[in-house]
Design a protein around this ligand. Structure first.
Ligand code: PSU
Ligand code: MN
Length: 335
């Protein structure tokens, strides 16, 4: 029994090291629509830690130029912590894994970038459009490129009233079908967090809160009132968890939920009131589908006088630091 376990594990390791190595990179490069930045490609080939970053937060989550300075800062934090940043985005029909500063600026200031989840790729690529990739879209690209760790702010989830509207983010099904570890500050309380956790369980996603508490964080706030099924205390435990998922060859993803730093978490009650207002405005304006999340985020910034934006910046920077340390620890485990 022990031996079978050992064989299965080393097989899994072999597959995951292949995913990191040249085979996958080459396969991806041969795809018509993909460009990997040389710094990312070198790191992948040499087995150095890389952190994937999303770009919907740039194109649809924050306004210019705060979005651009945020994106630059996050990349810098990744470098400072010993990993190579790979911001994923789509420029004129080409998927980019790792962006130059000009490309970052192009996306950040673009007025017609599309928000790209799994279902949007075929149209955006075939029409030569540009776009910001969501958690779902970025996971797909990160996996194809062989990048196992991906940092974002918050994931999408089951929207409030989702049991009636069926508005469930493609991020959740992606976590169920793509083996990438997503480091986020949990899910925003514009969502139904209880149902989001139920849905993640159904999808087979291993969810772990990061740090001392097992409570699942609610993005702006450190508290959601819901427990994550597991918690990992530090980068090493997180990396071991991810290594086990990859080693077993589970095709599903892992979600590491990092609470927003205490001193910049927005006051729960104030945010909650703003959320109720934003939700009712979305309803009365008839906002639906992929427009819902960007609309709510923008309204929240207005209604909280920028306090939600300050928390948003703090938590994404913190996630970048934690995620990079996890990527570094994971690459040591896989050496
Ligand atoms: N939460 C944020 N900022 C964001 C998003 C979520 O605070 O920019 C983006 C992410 O890219 C996430 C997407 O994947 O919204 C989810 O959109 P939807 O709810 O339409 O699935
Ligand atoms: Mn939706």
């Amino acid at each position: 029994h022990k031996m079978i376990r050992k064989i299965t594990y080393s097989l899994g390791r072999h597959v995951s090291s292949m995913a990191r190595g040249t085979t996958q990179v080459r396969r991806l490069l041969h795809g018509a629509h993909v460009r990997i930045h040389p710094s990312v490609q070198e790191a992948l080939v040499e087995g150095r830690p890389v952190v994937a970053l999303e770009s919907t937060i740039i194109t649809h989550g924050m306004a210019y130029p705060v979005n651009l300075s945020m994106a630059r800062e996050v990349e810098e934090i990744v470098r400072t912590n010993g990993a190579v940043p790979a911001t994923v985005g789509i420029l004129r029909g080409q998927i980019h894994v790792g962006l130059t500063d000009e490309e970052l600026e192009f996306l950040a200031s673009s007025k017609n970038a599309v928000k790209v989840s799994r279902r949007d790729f075929p149209f955006v690529l075939s029409q030569g459009l540009s776009g910001g990739t969501t958690v779902s879209g970025t996971m797909i690209v990160a996996h194809k490129a062989g990048i196992p760790v991906f940092v974002t702010g918050g994931i999408g989830g089951v929207h409030r009233d989702g049991e009636n509207t069926l508005d469930v983010s493609a991020d959740l099904t992606e976590l169920g079908r793509t083996p990438v570890a997503v480091v986020s500050a949990g899910a925003k309380s514009i969502l139904d967090i209880g149902r989001t956790l139920e849905y993640l369980e159904t999808q087979g996603v291993c969810v772990a809160a990061f740090g001392e508490s097992r409570e699942f964080p609610a993005f702006f706030s450190r508290h959601s009132g819901f427990q994550a099924p597991y918690h990992v205390r530090d980068e090493e435990e997180a990396a071991k968890l991810i290594d086990s998922a990859l080693g077993l060859g589970l095709s599903s993803g892992v979600l590491i939920a990092v609470p927003c730093p205490q001193e910049r978490a927005a006051q729960g009650q104030a945010i909650e009131e703003a959320i109720q207002q934003a939700l009712s405005q979305a309803r009365s304006k008839g906002i639906t589908g992929k427009e819902v999340t960007p609309f709510l985020l923008q309204k929240l910034i207005e209604l909280t006088d920028g306090k939600s934006l300050d928390s948003n910046l703090a938590l994404i920077q913190n996630n970048a630091r934690v995620g990079s340390c996890i990527a570094v620890a994971l690459s040591k485990l896989q050496k």
